[in-house]
Design a protein around this ligand. Structure first.
Ligand code: NYM
Length: 209
């Protein structure tokens, strides 16, 4: 049986990294092979350029950085797909939804933003960690990188909500770490309890899916 492809999304400092790690432990405790991935992956040569942009040491046009974020997914998708097909449950911290939400929040056309990632693997489940501005501003390190200001983040949040589809579950991320994890686990358990999964497909944002 193939693995699941689960994505966690949300604004900056929504708690995605903590929650992905807890979810991995939860799955491993149930004897499931589970790996984590994250976008951007700052270890590749494209990722190093993205990192310089995010830290403010390299200027790029809005279009160019958008294409780099997308290319960073395309350069890694074969390896992620092969893991899932070989039974690894993959938990991914940010994906194409972040790409479209962050760039369109700058005023670029959302359909153009989505088009670069059209045909990527479609996740089985997208857990959107929804946070209020008040909660976000209290989180540690808020403001350290490009994009980390409240006004921009609230635009990003609006854009995220335009991207919801049938694979999305909205999680109230203002609760405690344990409360948020419990809600996440409920959704993941529903999937885990299925007898079989439909084949995973490269049909993100293709037609009606
Ligand atoms: N980001 C992330 C984008 O603008 N586009 C993308 O495609 C992705 C994957 O990068 N502010 C933004 C969101 C974050 C920043 O993410 C770095 P993280 O999860 O803090 O490393």
């Amino acid at each position: 049986m193939r693995g699941l492809f689960i994505v966690l999304e949300g604004c900056d400092r929504a708690g995605k990294t903590t929650q992905t790690q807890l979810l991995q432990k939860f799955l491993q405790a149930r004897d499931r092979t589970c790996e984590l991935a994250k976008f951007p992956d700052r270890t590749t040569s494209l990722g190093i350029t993205i990192n310089s942009y995010l830290q403010g040491s390299q200027a790029l046009s809005d279009q160019a950085i958008h294409l780099l974020f997308s290319a960073n997914r395309w350069e890694l998708i074969d390896s992620l797909e092969s893991k899932v097909k070989n039974g690894v449950n993959l938990i991914v911290d940010r994906y194409a939804y972040s790409g479209a939400a962050f760039t369109s929040a700058k005023g670029l056309d959302i359909d153009w933003c989505k088009s670069c990632d059209k045909g990527l693997l479609k996740p089985d489940l997208v857990l959107f960690l929804d946070t209020s501005n008040k909660t976000m501003s209290k989180r540690e390190d808020f403001g350290a990188e490009v994009y980390e200001n409240l006004e921009f983040q609230s635009k990003v949040r609006e854009q995220f909500h335009l991207l919801k589809d049938d694979s999305w579950k909205i999680i109230n991320a203002s609760g405690t770490i344990e409360e948020v994890q419990a809600e996440i686990q409920t959704h993941v358990l529903t999937l885990l309890n299925q007898d079989s999964y439909a084949p995973i497909q490269r049909n993100l944002w293709c037609g009606n899916v």
